[in-house]
Design a protein around this ligand. Structure first.
Ligand code: GLP
Length: 261
């Protein structure tokens, strides 16, 4: 795992966007795994700008999002499909038919989950998966105790997640209690992972995910099992990390990061 600590959240988002853009420039038909949440909004704003100024081309890119609320369709402003369309897909030159999220309106949960896994495999697997982390340590909606081998399925959200996300719903109680999510195993199958964590509120959970112990109580800690992970944080989110000095030293001295300095 490589850990990069940026001065502030804007720089962290910019670096994340640059890594995604570089991956697309190296492989124009990249299969990109995407995440939602407030943390990702500045990343998508950067990618929109880069696309408009010709620095990255989404024409041949395929995307798969981590998760979607059960019961919410694309026109619902709280659906992740709506979030993705309005923050990214409607503003870049991606082909809509190449963008995928689980169908929140599917009635047969198992069938939809299996179909999603099939589509990911059929596309050749995910090349780069972007991840955030929830306050309870979840990646996607893999709540505590999700198996590290889990595949796409429906999960019941924890009260903590409910509290974190219900602020976006009107009334808050209208937030669904179930969501489709890629499994931890699905995420670990991707070829590369880039996780972005920003803000003081995430400092404790960031430390648990990055520096361990490895536990399904913090599904974000599963990234320690992956061989190609970069975690990008701002100073606030990195404030409790024990090995901070080493991460900064490694970032400065590893030639592979030179183009990002
Ligand atoms: C939701 C998503 C996660 C995301 C998390 C963090 O729960 N399912 O994929 O990482 O939100 O959200 P925020 O960036 O708003 O803190």
């Amino acid at each position: 795992m490589e850990v990069i600590i940026c001065e502030n959240s804007k720089k962290a988002a910019r670096l994340t966007a640059k890594m995604i853009a570089n991956a697309i420039n190296e492989k124009p038909n990249l299969v990109l795994g995407l995440a939602t949440g407030a943390t990702m909004e500045p990343v998508y704003a950067e990618l929109v700008q880069m696309n408009c100024s010709g620095k990255v081309d989404f024409k041949d890119v395929t995307t798969f999002n981590l998760d979607e609320y059960v019961g919410l369709g694309p026109n619902n402003k709280n659906s992740y499909r709506y979030y993705m369309d309005s923050n990214l897909f409607d503003k870049i030159n991606i082909k809509k038919e190449n963008t995928h999220l689980p169908n929140g309106l599917a009635l047969d949960y198992n069938e939809e989950a299996d179909k999603y896994e099939f589509m990911i495999n059929n596309a050749g697997g995910i090349d780069l998966q972007l991840l955030g982390i929830g306050n309870d340590g979840h990646i996607g909606f893999n709540e505590p105790m999700s198996s590290f081998a889990s595949k796409t399925r429906v999960k019941v959200l924890t009260p903590e997640t409910y509290e974190q996300n219900c602020i976006y719903f009107n009334p808050p109680e209208s937030m669904p209690k179930l969501a489709f999510t890629m499994g931890v195993g699905t995420i670990l199958n991707s070829k590369q992972i880039v996780m972005l964590i920003t803000g003081k509120k995430k400092a404790n959970i960031a430390t648990q995910a990055i520096e361990g112990p490895l536990t399904s109580m913090v599904t974000g800690s599963a990234i320690q099992l992956h061989q190609n992970v970069t975690v990008i944080l701002d100073e606030d989110a990195a404030s409790n990390l024990k090995m901070k000095d080493y991460y900064n030293f490694a970032f400065k001295n590893n030639p592979k990061w030179q183009r990002y300095q």
